[in-house]
Design a protein around this ligand. Structure first.
Ligand SMILES: Nc1ncnc2c1ncn2[C@@H]1O[C@H](COP(=O)(O)OP(=O)(O)OP(=O)(O)O)[C@@H](O)[C@H]1O
Length: 534
């Protein structure tokens, strides 16, 4: 069977159309809208012999036209360049370069046409796409002879090229937008997950590092962040604020949790021993070294080394520690070979290291190396809201440890705890509670008169001094800083009644009689003052 004959003219038109296919393919293969614009411009310039061809795009806000080459932006409302006119009218514009140079003085536009001959013309065409064909994409600017540009403006091939360009551009822009949006969503989900995961870890920490105060919540968040890294951590805070506890918690949270946590108190070990404790020693390294011994650095390999009271480390050892931190290398005493250790160092101090640096007792370089992630622990006086929770937890611990029935604490005693000064911070609170627990009779709650004082006697935090070993007469020293008279009177009344109750073994009838009160009045006062001694 023979193929039907194709008329020659139709044949040449078809082959002309087919010859455009590679151009179309080049555009179709563009992976981004920017690549498509640049390919289109290059094809037009090369195939049509134009002096300039460039696509400018309208940015997401619709306010600017941008260029893929260079940083220039053209404000769509600024009529000192021709693009604003095209966008405003939605129609193509033909103008001479000479004219444009004189009338349109936008610096970006001027530099764009600077290299063009004055006899050439510019043809600027709006580019729109989308389903309605009305969505603004940008403009295309062509430069060439006036005659060439006029022919092009009427050329169906050019119209087809422009149509393809706009369709592909619309599609790529959509895909890009979707990719961008899904990336943003992905990023924010990741952030959310990170945030939620970190919060969950911080909440878990709250079981060990008690405290609802803002300061403690912030501290726990810092610990979680620090635990994610391998940075050296410097814990600074007054004695008893929980530095040791924080260091252990950080190790547990970190990727090194499976490794060992080795701790040393640099102030508690004689200088001469500290080095061999840390670095270890070979056999016969010094007199008495009958066996080789691993140091803490080696034992902490893969884990965490906690250097407590780092401010007390001798200067000579500070230099050696710095070397370990910087190179991971160290040499045990009396050995020739260097060893490597992969450890994270957490150091702690209650001393003002900056002062020590000024006095040349601490190396500045070590200070900065140790403090890659500095954390300051708040004193208890700055987070009094945590006192009740801490006290309750210490009572529970005491009862569990000593096999006692759970006991409570009276609101009055809590108030005193709340007002007390705590130079020894949480450790001091714990000691106060342990003492009070030990002194509290079975089936009773911790009460004010059972709280130990600070000066060897019995001093309550309100400043009301109560010096009665239970059963003896009270002497009250009134503080100078009473700010709430009614509360102070209640406290005094509470102390007197409590002591008297105590003296009479809790017998309310005798207590009432000794105080010249009817029994019923005393019972009422006990209720008001929340005195629960039977
Ligand atoms: N947030 C807390 N929650 C529960 N217990 C705490 C908390 N902070 C501290 N403690 C307890 O207080 C006591 C002192 O804490 P720790 O030894 O960690 O303090 P420190 O700052 O290292 O003290 P020092 O500087 O004297 O070495 C410990 O019994 C510890 O368990």
């Amino acid at each position: 069977m023979t193929e039907p004959a194709v008329p020659t003219t139709a044949g040449s038109a078809l082959s002309a159309e087919l010859s455009a296919m590679p151009l179309a393919l080049t555009l179709v293969e563009s992976l981004s809208a920017a690549a498509l614009r640049q390919r289109s411009a290059t094809l037009l310039q090369r195939h049509l012999g134009l002096a300039l061809a460039e696509c400018l795009y309208i940015d997401g806000s619709g306010r600017w036209l941008g260029r893929d080459v260079g940083e220039d932006q053209f404000d769509c409302g600024d009529f000192h360049h021709p693009y604003a006119h095209v966008i405003r009218s939605g129609k193509p514009l033909l103008l001479s370069v000479a004219d444009a140079r004189i009338r349109l003085d936008h610096p970006g536009f001027q530099s764009q046409v600077a290299s063009l001959g004055a006899s050439l013309h510019l043809h600027i065409r709006p580019l729109r796409g989308g389903q309605s064909g009305r969505e603004w994409l940008g403009v295309i600017v062509l430069a060439g002879t006036q005659a060439r540009l006029k022919v092009l403006a009427e050329d169906p091939g050019m119209a087809a090229f422009e149509g393809l360009l706009c369709r592909l551009w619309t599609r790529l822009a959509r895909e890009q937008g979707e990719r961008h949006r899904s990336q943003i969503l992905q990023d924010s989900l990741t952030k959310l997950n990170d945030g939620a995961r970190r919060q969950a870890l911080a909440d878990r920490l709250a079981e060990d590092l008690l405290g609802h105060s803002n300061a403690m919540q912030a501290l726990r968040r810092h610990i979680v962040r620090a635990a994610e890294t391998n940075l050296a951590v410097l814990l600074q805070g007054e004695t008893g604020t929980g530095k040791d506890r924080v260091a252990r918690a950080m190790h547990q949270l970190s990727a090194r949790a499976e490794g060992s946590f080795m701790a040393i108190n640099c102030a508690a070990i004689p200088e001469t021993l500290l080095e061999s404790e840390l670095f270890g020693h070979g056999k016969g390294a010094f007199s008495g070294a009958e066996h080789a011994r691993e140091g803490l650095i080696s034992q902490a390999d893969g884990g965490t080394l906690f250097l407590d009271e780092i401010g007390d480390m001798p200067l000579a050892l500070q230099a050696k520690l710095l070397r370990v931190l910087e190179s991971g290398r160290y040499r045990p005493l009396g050995e020739n070979e260097e060893r490597c250790a992969d450890l994270r160092v957490v150091a702690a101090t209650h001393q003002p290291l900056r002062e020590q640096i000024k006095e040349q007792r601490f190396r500045a370089d070590l200070y900065y190396r140790l403090g890659q992630f500095p954390i300051t622990l708040p004193p208890l006086s700055e987070r009094r809201d945590d006192i009740a929770q801490l006290a309750q937890s210490f009572i529970t611990d005491f009862c569990a440890r000593e096999g006692r029935d759970e006991m409570g604490i009276t609101p009055a005693a809590l108030r005193l705890l709340y007002r007390r000064e705590y130079p020894g911070n949480v450790r001091e609170l714990k000691n106060v509670i342990d003492y009070a627990c030990a002194m509290t009779p079975h089936d009773a709650d911790i009460d004010t008169y059972l709280l130990p004082g600070e000066q060897g006697g019995f001093l309550t935090g309100s400043g009301l001094e109560e010096t009665p070993p239970p059963g003896e007469d009270a002497t009250l020293a009134l503080p100078n800083d009473i700010v709430d008279l009614r509360q102070a009177m209640r406290d005094i009344e509470s102390i007197i009644i409590r002591q008297r109750l105590n003296r009479f073994g809790g017998n309310r009838a005798q207590t009432a009689q000794s105080l010249g009160l009817p029994k019923r009045t005393l019972a009422h006062k006990c209720q008001l003052l929340e005195l629960d001694i039977k």
